[in-house]
Design a protein around this ligand. Structure first.
Ligand code: PLP
Ligand code: COI
Length: 340
């Protein structure tokens, strides 16, 4: 694959796609210790045919972004939270956790090394960072790997869902993760399992599907790549409390923003049959940012939230606050922004 050159990129029309940038970060774990991380120009991995990850899916990953501010500086948003979550995901998948301080060093080094690829302020683009780790030991029996590769690649991206436009969703008949399964871990298998439900939703004319709790199919869980939120008719920010969803950094941040905006936020079980109490609904995540749910179809019945074409006022307020902090335009009261 040829390396992407800056001059090949159209900043205002970036997709959510992979570009092969000059530098990644890599580190091996073997003989019971991390061997030292460093930048690399290598963007391929060489694996043994029996490597753990290829057969038993021992993999964890993260997603975070670097943002260009008006004065040209580059910021990360709460990278410490991604570092922590990756440790938790690794523990669930019986992998060697990558130390949090090394994670931060790696992410910063990759941003600095590729800094000309951080899209300009105002373009709507960001530099997406994808730290991940795979079990590399050749194994046949199902046992944890004793060797790992940690890698961080970067790619400039536009919006996952373009603009702040409401899109239609449907409730999936499939589960994303099992009850007491791996739903809280950011691990490859959860995403492989969501491909068929997503494809079926798209074929039926929806942007994506929403998963219910796997035990009772009664409560809202989340999307395949984002958490769910709603705004009740009396102005409360609500988001599902569930053991089978990914603990989203954006969700945790918006809970604080919502409190700041007087929205009395709460995490609680949300019955899919009682969403008519919601005036607005949305998806939230690093890639998704905030993406309004225009409608939700469940058992053949379509519920429209604020509007199928326009974004509700509270969703807009939350979006402006969050992206404002990330882009350096709104005061960072919470100490979330980390300059690179
Ligand atoms: N839920 C799932 C399944 C995800 O893949 C993501 C994306 O990382 C999120 C939620 C949102 O998490 P965050 O806000 O930390 O990006
Ligand atoms: C992210 O938001 O960073 C994710 O990892 C979600 C993924 C589906 C793109």
């Amino acid at each position: 694959m040829t390396k992407t050159r800056v001059e090949d990129l159209d900043w205002n029309n970036l997709g959510f796609e992979y570009h092969d940038l000059p530098y990644s970060w890599t580190e091996e774990f073997k003989d019971g210790q991390w061997q030292g991380g460093h930048l690399t120009t290598e963007s391929t991995l060489t694996l043994n045919e029996a490597a753990e990850v290829l057969h038993y899916g021992q993999e964890v990953f993260e997603g975070l972004k670097a943002y260009r501010t008006k004065d040209g500086q580059v910021n990360l948003f709460r990278p410490d939270q991604n570092a922590k979550r990756m440790v938790n995901s690794a523990k669930r998948m019986m992998m060697e956790p990558y130390p949090e301080e090394k994670f931060l060093e790696a992410v910063k080094a990759v941003v600095k090394a590729n800094q000309e690829f951080v899209p300009p302020y105002g373009s709507g683009g960001t530099l997406y960072l994808r730290p991940f780790m795979v079990g590399t030991q050749p194994v046949v029996g199902v046992v944890p790997s004793n060797t790992y590769t940690f890698r961080v690649y970067a790619t400039p991206v536009g919006a996952y869902v373009k603009g702040l436009n409401p899109v239609p969703f449907t409730v999936s008949k499939y589960d994303r993760a099992a009850y007491a399964g791996t739903g809280q871990a950011k691990t490859a298998g959860n995403y492989a399992g969501s491909l068929l439900p997503e494809m079926e939703a798209k074929k039926a004319g929806f942007a994506d599907c929403l998963f219910l709790d796997p035990r009772e199919h009664k409560y809202v869980d989340e999307f395949s790549g984002a958490n769910f939120f709603g705004v009740t008719k009396d102005g409360q920010f609500v988001t599902p409390k569930s053991e089978s969803i990914l603990p989203s950094v954006t969700k945790r941040s918006l809970l604080q923003v919502a409190a700041e905006l007087g929205l009395n936020p709460v995490e609680k079980q949300l019955e899919v049959d009682h969403l008519d109490d919601l005036a607005e609904a949305g998806a939230m995540g690093t890639a998704a940012v905030i993406s309004p749910v225009g409608s939700l179809t469940y058992k053949g019945k379509k519920q429209v939230f604020y509007s199928e074409t326009e974004t509700g006022p509270v969703t807009t307020k939350l979006y402006n606050y969050l992206t404002g902090v990330q882009n350096g335009d709104v005061e960072d009261k919470f100490g979330w922004v980390v300059p690179v």
